[in-house]
Design a protein around this ligand. Structure first.
Ligand code: ADP
Length: 364
């Protein structure tokens, strides 16, 4: 198979009309970035903010033309625009970005971890379902660009969000609205996007999706504390963050890094969850602390942030996640589901406390 080159891609993009001044999108200087890896192409097009959603047909055309080139296995085009919200005061630190406006989403909670594989996505899905079971209108946004797992975890691998040309509609499953970066990039394909592209895609998904009115959006963050996570926490108006960690030292060191990053950008820490906290044998009741135990609670105490609870290693949790029915949906009354629900209650309590702290004090 021949390798496609940057100039071949640019040539294809020159065939896409920008609809302004008879210029194509390359001549407009809109092509921000092109990344190619093993036949997978990702393109970031930066457009003037006022044109925004009108340009969906242009995005689609660019994607199709590039996909038709020899040597291209997949092509993904994301639109971005640099918006300045005039109502947002200019931040003193020039690295601080303006926040996205998401007026129909009352509360946005990030579920984050210092490193991958600690059960962040499993926790995010089960917490979203626990909040939904309480009657809240819940959205689950899978922003884990390095390993989007919601399509698999919610049995949505064959689903694509529906679009009517201007708006994209989230997929609905088990009573919650779901969007995943995995709907754009198949799980088994390497992610070739660079920082700005990731942000562009995430912003497009947050902004252009018709979420409707939502009480709580759970955001499954990419693991780690790199630029992507930092930019996301600056751009998305997060109400707070929940950190998931396993008990052993190394995961906690990473979790501390995560905590510090969110503190640095002034996102309130709603608490830490210790996942894979221990294992209790279902037949003999014997308890084993496979990854040690209690580290997350000790760290929470030390750093003066709330500890939200322990979730043991449980084979049913893993099996249900892998089968596309998270345990809170598959067996809502079992002990493990009750644990997720208790943690969801504690998160709601933290949100209440936070509101009280933010409310102006009336002194007589
Ligand atoms: P992350 O999002 O941090 O990368 P995942 O949520 O994908 O992690 O979890 C990694 C693996 O661990 C998955 O196979 C998942 O089913 C499993 N897992 C997560 N939490 C538990 C738990 N409490 N008990 C058993 N398996 C778990």
């Amino acid at each position: 198979m021949t390798n496609v080159t940057q100039s071949q891609i640019k040539e294809a993009l020159e065939r896409v009309d920008s609809t302004i001044e008879n210029k194509n999108i390359v001549a407009q200087g809109w092509i921000k970035d092109i990344a190619i890896k093993d036949g997978h192409v990702a393109i970031c097009i930066e457009v003037p903010p006022e044109l925004g959603q009108k340009l969906e047909p242009i995005r689609e055309k660019a994607e199709n033309l590039v996909h038709q080139l020899e040597g291209v296995i997949s092509s993904t085009v994301v639109l971005t625009s640099e918006t300045e919200n005039p109502e947002t005061p200019k931040a003193t630190n020039k690295n601080i970005k303006t926040k996205l406006a998401l007026p129909n989403i009352k509360t946005l909670i990030a579920v984050a971890s210092g490193k991958g594989g600690v059960g962040k996505s499993t926790t995010a899905a089960n917490l979203a379902l626990s909040l939904s079971a309480k009657g809240l209108k819940v959205a689950l946004f899978d922003a884990d660009i390095y390993g989007p797992s919601m399509p698999r975890m919610l049995a949505l691998s064959k689903e694509k969000p529906h679009s009517d040309g201007t708006k994209i509609y989230p997929v609905e499953k088990y009573g919650i609205k779901v969007m995943s970066i995995g709907f754009l990039v198949p799980e088994d394909k390497p992610v070739v996007w660079r920082g700005p592209m990731v942000m562009g895609a995430l912003e497009q998904m947050l902004n252009d999706v018709e979420w409707g009115s939502i009480d709580t959006m759970i955001i499954d963050m990419p693991p780690g504390t790199g630029d992507t996570q930092l930019t996301m926490s600056q751009r998305v108006p997060l109400t707070g963050v929940v950190i998931v960690s396993t008990p052993q030292d190394i995961a906690l060191i990473d979790a501390r890094k995560g905590l510090n990053m969110f503190k640095q950008v002034e996102v309130p820490i709603l608490g830490i969850i210790e996942n894979m906290s221990y294992y209790q044998c279902p037949s003999c009741g014997n308890r084993e602390e496979i990854f040690s135990h209690g580290g997350a609670r000790a760290t929470a105490d030390e750093l003066n942030v709330p500890f939200l609870g322990e979730l043991p290693l449980d084979i049913k949790v893993r099996e249900n996640s892998d089968n596309g029915t998270p345990i809170v949906n598959a067996d809502p009354n079992c002990i493990q589901s009750q644990r997720y629900k208790t943690i969801a209650d504690k998160i709601l309590l933290q949100l209440e406390n936070q509101k009280k702290k933010a409310a102006p004090k009336i002194s007589v």
